[in-house]
Structure formats: structure tokens, C-alpha cells
Design a binder for this molecule. Sequence first.
Ligand SMILES: Cc1cc2nc3c(=O)[nH]c(=O)nc-3n(C[C@H](O)[C@H](O)[C@H](O)COP(=O)(O)O)c2cc1C
Length: 353
Amino acid sequence: MKFPETRLKRLHVDFPFMVAPMVGLSHVAFRELIRAYTPEDITPLIFSEMLSSRRLPSERLERAENLFVAENERGLIPQLLGNEERFIAPSVEKLMELNPWGIDINMGCPKKKNLSHNWGVLLLGDKEYAAEVVRVTKKHSPRPVSVKLRAGLGDKIDLEYLDSFTEALEEAGADWMTIHCRSSEQKHHGKANWEVLTELSQRRTIPVVANGDVQTAQDAISLIRHFGVDGAMVARAATARPWILWQIAKELGHAQSARARALENPPMTPEEEGREYFQAVLRFAFLVKKYFGSGEGSLQRLKFYIGVSSPWLPFGHHFWKLIHASREFDQAVDRIEEYAVQNPQPLRERVSH
Ligand SMILES: Cc1cc2nc3c(=O)[nH]c(=O)nc-3n(C[C@H](O)[C@H](O)[C@H](O)COP(=O)(O)O)c2cc1C
């Protein structure tokens, strides 16, 4: 296989490209959409949205929508928000019922609501505490444990701090980590600083995966080839081009096609991508309906998906407004179909957040 061999190979990961955790998006329907656009002989690692360790232990798998998984779903990495063993232990036990590939610990969420429990990005301010969370999760998890963190706390990215913090995670037993190359103050805006990872990944012995502003197949490949990291994680761009893993595989010389529709090759030109975007949104709607029905929750999921992905369309704002004004799921689907026929448009290569 011609995929770049990185340190993730030690964890038996051949294809070092993955899809990020995103609240409201990384549910079973979205993950299935991504897999449908990925060659069948590749099992991509795809994260769930963050899950609260305080809620998980009492959750019923067949009822909790954020814990739904597809039949025989593989490559799933549920992401845990947690900081105390009494919650982490039963949460990990519950998550094992989903047959996950691994477990990820969130150390990057800057939302105020999550900070009241002293977890998410707050863990980034206290390396002993963060290391203890890793130790506890490792103790209870039979699967690989990773951490997703930000490159900096406040408005700074400080390589020396990041070095000592990630060294503590490594010593505590983390199997690998993802770094979102923005500071906590940047939230999801502005440029990601990939440069900081070249030095950092040399100082670590465990795999380091880059995240933040990975928008094209070339971005993802270049992170490994030119920035020296072990993997690349796509987030928002995977909503606009859910075939990005397929494009990466193709770019690296992998010839297999994906299950999605009757396409032999991934859409490559802006026009092909623009056409396929609407097909992907319709497929997403179909999958949302399959797993969650066609009620209010599904309408919200559809609107949210279009809210995040439509900036890649030149007239995305019009599309978004039209769908946002829909009152029913089926009405929104009809509008998508009509809009796609009447307003063909290319997909932008990148957007600035
Ligand atoms: C809507 C949304 C929800 C997110 N939810 C999570 C989450 O649950 N856990 C997490 O670690 N990061 C979360 N993130 C951050 C992403 O995983 C990723 O780090 C961030 O979007 C930067 O990547 P990008 O610039 O390629 O989008 C979220 C981001 C967005 C836009």
C-alpha cells in the first residue's frame, strides 16, 4: 500500500487521515456518509461528538441518539469529556459496548458550559491533572487512548509549554494525540499554526496528528510530507467535501472506488465537487431520516450540516437561508432538490473561518 507510513502504523493504522469530533455533526448519519465516500478497503478513523462522562453511565444505548452506531461500524473513536475516575470508569465501560477502535479525551473544548466541570480546555492549564485523566482512562480502557488538545491556552501558542504538557500526556500513557493548531482564544477562527507541529512531533515518541484548517487533500498530505506529523484530521471541510478521504487516497495512488453512488473517481474539479455537494446533502438527509426519523431533531441536524458546509458554495448564504426557513424536514429536502437544479455552482477550494 502506498499510504505514508507514520508512527500510527504501530497502532495498526495504515491510512493516517481521519475525521474530527464535531458536536451536532459527528453522529451516525454523518459518519456513514463519510464511509460511503471512502474506498471500501479503507477503514477511516472517525470521531463521535464529545460525550459527557457524567451522563454516559446512565445512558441507554438504544435510546441515546448521540450513541447510535451503524451495524458493524468500525473505526469509531468516541470522545469523552471527563476528569474524575468515578465517572470515567463506568463511561469507558459503557463505550466498550459500541466496539470502538479507541477512546479520545477532549482537552480542547473552550465552551463556557463545559468549563464549569473543569474539563475540556481547562485541563490544558494543569498538566498534572491532565496526565491523571489520561492515566485513569488508560487504566480502564482496553483500546488505544488519545487526547485532542489545542496548541495553546489563552491567545498564545507556546512551543515550550506545549512540549512539557504533551510530554506529561505521553508519560501518562497516551497512545497518540491530535493537536488543533489554534489557541483557545481563537476558538475556531483564524489561521491554524501548523509550523509548531514539526518541532513538537520530533520531540514526542507517540504519534502526533494535526488538525485545524485542513481543507483539501493536498493540505492533509502536505502535513505529513512537509510538516512531519503522523496524521491529519479534517473537521469542517469534511462536511463540504465528505469525499476528501477518497481524494486523499486517490492522490496517493490508491485506485479503489467508494460505495457512494456510481462514481468511479472522487469529484475533483470545482464543478464536479459543486454537483456532488448537493447529492451528498441529499444522501445525508436520507441517512438522518433512516437513523433519527423526520421530526424536529432531524430538521435541526440537516440545517446545521448546511450551515457548516454551505460557506464552500459561492452562493452558500442563499442556500442556507432557504433551508433555514424550512419548517419541516420533507419541505427542506424538496427545497434542496429544487435549489440544486436551479443553482448549479462550483465548490470553493477553501474558505477562511
Ligand atoms: C460545530 C463544531 C463542533 C465541534 N465539536 C467538537 C467536539 O465535540 N470535540 C472536539 O474536540 N472538537 C470539536 N470541534 C472542533 C473540531 O474538532 C476541530 O478541532 C476544529 O473545527 C478545527 O478544525 P477545522 O478548522 O478543520 O474545522 C468542533 C468544531 C465545530 C465547528
